[in-house]
Design a protein around this ligand. Structure first.
Ligand SMILES: [Zn+2]
Ligand SMILES: [Zn+2]
Length: 108
């Protein structure tokens, strides 16, 4: 048996970020790693120690350590959300004509 992939590590039972809090985490957000800005680590929180839904949607600064006195806000300025993906039709494939054929100029 190979273990089920568990990218969030939920099976390992991550605890709430607040040391000493034994409540099962229900919220997760992302925070940039201090070393290697491309690395993003997950922060888990139980409902009592979670950010707002809006705050959890952002990627937080490496130095973001949630201050219990500020909840449900954190002390950092999270990264802006990526622009919504625009769903547009792909480029129209260029019309190809067989050798020896020409496309007539548009008549206006
Ligand atoms: Zn907690
Ligand atoms: Zn933050």
């Amino acid at each position: 048996m190979t273990p089920t992939p568990d990218p969030l590590g939920l099976a390992a039972g991550p605890g709430c970020w607040l040391t000493g809090c034994a409540t099962t985490p229900a919220v997760q957000w992302r925070r940039r790693h201090a070393i290697g800005a491309d690395d993003i680590e997950a922060v888990f929180a139980c409902p009592a120690h979670a950010l707002t839904l809006d705050g959890a949607a952002h990627i937080h600064q490496p130095q973001c350590t949630v201050d219990p006195t500020r909840l449900p806000a954190c002390g950092c300025t999270p990264e802006p959300l990526p622009a919504p993906v625009q769903v547009t039709a792909g480029p129209t494939p260029a019309a190809t004509t067989a050798p020896g054929w020409a496309t007539p100029p548009p008549t206006t």
